[in-house]
Design a protein around this ligand. Structure first.
Ligand code: NAD
Length: 507
C-alpha cells in the first residue's frame, strides 16, 4: 500500500465516526445538539460527497454558551497560571498524538493538501506550547514611580471572548486565537466556519481530555448570519477575535457597536512579491511559486501579485510559467498533491469568475484558467500576465491558486503599485541591494514584510495587517494586549498633600 492508500484507509473509520454522531455543539463540557434541533450538511470538496450533519446553532445556543463562559470565567481567571500552563501543554501533547487524525480530517474537510496539513496540525500544538510557556507572565506589569506614589500596572483578562474563524486552515487558525485567550485567563465561545467544522470539534474534545474545566471553552457551530451575528451582539462577550473577509469585519464592527465590543480583525490581502533584477532569482522563483500555490492559494498571506522588474520580466515569467504548468493538482490525501480542490462549489465559482474578468480586462491567461475535471472543486493553477495595476485581477482578493504578474520599471513605481490597493497585510521584497531592501520595506504599506524570504512565522513576532487587512496583532505579548485589560494601582508613599474641600474659611 502506498501512503495515499494508507491515508484513505486511515480516514475511513474517522469519517464513519463523524457520520454516525454528526458534529454537535459543546457547551459547558457537554456535547449537545442545537436547541432548535436543526442541522446543516457538511460536504467534502474532493468529490462533493456528504461527510456529516452539523448542529445549526442559533442565538439561543450562543446565549447558553456565553452564560457558560461567563460562569466559568472567575475560576479560570483565578487559576494559578502554572496550572493553566500545564493544561495547555497537555493539549499540545494530545494534538501531537492525534496529529495524523487531525490532518486527515482537515484535508478531507477543506481540500487542503495533506503535505501541508500534517505540518499545520503540529503548528497548532506549537501555538499551545508557546502560550503555555508565557502564561505565567501574562499579568506582569510595570513600576512607574512618582514622587508621592508607587504606581504599578498589571493586566487582567478581559472576560469571556468570542472567536470566529474562517475555513482556510481552520485548525491552525483556531489554535492561534484560542491558545493565547486561554493563557491570558479568558474563557471562550468559538464559532468555526460552516464550510469546515470538523477539526474544531476534535480540538475541543482534546482540550477536555487534557483537563480543561467545563465552560472554559465552548463551541457553537452554525451560520455566520445566525450564530456569528448572535455571538458578536451578546452582552456577556467582551471581545471578538475574528479572522475572515474584510467585509465581514465591517459587519462585525457594526454588530458589536451596541455592546462596545473590543475587536481584533485579521482580514483579506492582495500581497505583492516584488522581484528586482539584482535578486537571487532562483530563490525568488521558489518563494513566489510557494507563496501563491501552496494551501491552494487560499491563504491570507499569499503573494497573489508578482511585481517583477521589466529587465527580467520575460525570462522570470517564462520560468515561472513552466513551474506552474508542472504543479500537481489532485486528491488532497495524496502526499504528492501540491494543489487540492477549493473549499466549496460557491468559492470555486468565485475563483472561476475571475478568469472571465481577466479576459474581459485584456490580460493573458498564460497558464491554467479553467476548472479541472468535473468532479470536486478543482481548479487549474493559473498565471495571469499582461496585467496592469488598475485591473480587478490586480486589486481584488481572488483567494485561489491564481497569480497576477505586473511588470514595473523603477523602485518608485514598484512601491506605488504595491501600495495602490485597499489591503495591507504582507509584502515580499527580493533584492540583494541592502539599502534598497530597507527603503522598500520602509515604504510598503503592510503589517508584515519579508525580505528575501517567503512567509516564515516566528511566534513572538506581531502578525496582522493595516488598511483593510486588519486591526490589531497576534503573536507574542501582542495577543495578551488584546485579551487583557490594563489596570493601574497607585499606592501612597506617605502623607502627601490632599486638597481639602468643604472646610469653612479654607480658600
Ligand atoms: P468569512 O468572512 O466569510 O467567514 C469567516 C467567519 O465569519 C465564518 O465563521 C463565518 O461563519 C463568520 N461570519 C460570516 N458572517 C458573519 C457575521 N455577519 N457576523 C459574525 N460572523 C460572521 O471568511 P471566509 O471566506 O471563511 O475566509 C476567507 C477570508 O479570510 C479571506 O478574505 C482571507 O484573506 C481571510 N483570512 C485572513 C487571515 C489573516 O490573518 N489576515 C487569515 C486567514 C484568512
Amino acid at each position: 500500500m502506498d501512503s495515499f492508500e494508507v491515508n484513505q484507509k486511515n480516514l475511513k473509520p474517522l469519517l464513519e465516526r463523524f457520520q454516525s454522531k454528526g458534529i454537535q455543539n459543546l457547551i459547558n463540557g457537554v456535547s449537545v445538539p442545537s436547541s432548535s434541533g436543526e442541522t446543516f450538511d457538511n460536504f467534502t470538496p474532493v468529490d462533493n460527497s456528504f461527510i456529516c450533519t452539523v448542529a445549526k446553532g442559533n442565538a439561543a445556543d450562543i446565549d447558553k454558551a456565553a452564560i457558560s463562559a461567563k460562569e466559568a470565567f472567575p475560576a479560570w481567571r483565578d487559576t494559578d497560571p502554572k496550572a493553566r500552563k500545564k493544561i495547555l501543554h497537555k493539549i499540545a501533547d494530545l494534538i501531537v498524538s492525534r496529529a495524523e487524525e487531525i490532518a486527515l480530517c482537515e484535508s478531507w474537510d477543506t481540500g487542503q493538501a495533506i503535505r501541508f496539513m500534517s505540518k499545520a496540525a503540529l503548528r497548532g500544538a506549537e501555538n499551545f506550547r508557546y502560550y503555555a510557556d508565557i502564561a505565567p507572565q501574562a499579568r506582569d506589569g510595570k513600576h512607574l514611580p512618582s514622587p508621592t506614589l508607587m504606581n504599578i500596572t498589571t493586566r487582567v483578562p478581559i472576560g469571556p471572548v468570542g472567536i470566529i474563524t474562517p475555513w482556510n486552515t481552520p485548525f491552525m487558525l483556531s489554535t492561534w486565537k484560542i491558545a493565547p485567550a486561554l493563557a491570558a485567563g479568558c474563557t471562550v465561545v468559538h464559532k468555526p466556519a460552516e464550510f469546515s467544522p470538523m477539526t474544531a470539534s476534535l480540538l475541543l474534545e482534546i482540550a477536555h481530555e487534557a483537563g480543561l474545566p467545563p465552560g472554559v471553552w465552548n463551541l457553537v457551530n452554525g451560520l455566520g448570519e445566525e450564530a456569528g451575528v448572535a455571538l458578536t451582539e451578546h452582552p456577556d462577550i467582551k471581545a471578538i477575535a475574528f479572522v475572515g473577509e474584510s467585509r465581514t469585519g465591517s459587519a462585525i464592527m457594526r454588530q458589536g457597536a451596541d455592546t462596545l465590543k473590543r475587536v481584533h480583525f485579521e482580514l483579506g490581502g492582495k500581497n505583492p512579491a516584488i522581484v528586482f533584477d539584482d535578486a537571487d532569482l532562483d530563490r525568488a522563483l521558489d518563494a513566489v511559486v510557494f507563496m501563491i500555490y501552496s494551501l491552494n492559494g487560499e491563504r491570507c498571506t499569499s503573494s497573489s501579485r508578482l511585481l517583477v522588474q521589466s529587465s527580467i520580466a520575460e525570462e522570470f515569467t517564462s520560468k515561472l510559467a513552466a513551474r506552474v504548468r508542472n504543479i500537481k493538482v489532485g486528491n488532497p490525501l495524496d502526499p504528492k498533491t501540491e494543489v487540492g480542490p477549493l473549499i466549496h462549489k460557491i468559492h470555486l465559482d468565485k475563483v472561476l469568475s475571475y478568469f472571465q474578468v481577466a479576459r474581459d480586462e485584456g490580460a493573458t491567461i498564460e497558464v491554467g484558467g479553467s476548472r479541472q475535471g468535473q468532479e470536486g472543486c478543482y481548479v487549474q493553477p493559473t498565471l495571469l500576465t499582461d496585467a496592469t495595476e488598475d485591473m480587478r485581477i490586480s486589486r481584488e482578493e481572488i483567494f485561489g491558486p491564481v497569480l497576477t504578474v505586473i511588470p514595473f520599471g523603477t523602485e518608485e513605481e514598484a512601491i506605488w503599485i504595491a501600495n495602490d490597493v485597499r489591503y495591507g497585510l504582507t509584502g515580499y521584497v527580493w533584492t540583494n541591494n541592502l539599502a534598497r531592501s530597507l527603503r522598500v520595506s520602509n515604504a510598503l504599506e503592510a503589517g508584515m514584510i519579508w525580505v528575501n524570504s517567503e512567509n516564515v512565522r516566528h511566534l513572538p513576532t506581531p502578525f496582522g495587517g493595516i488598511k483593510d487587512s486588519g486591526i490589531g496583532r497576534d503573536g507574542g505579548d501582542w495577543s495578551f494586549e488584546f485579551y487583557m485589560e490594563q489596570k493601574h494601582v497607585g499606592l501612597a508613599l506617605g502623607n502627601h498633600r490632599i486638597p481639602k474641600l468643604g472646610i469653612s474659611g479654607n480658600q
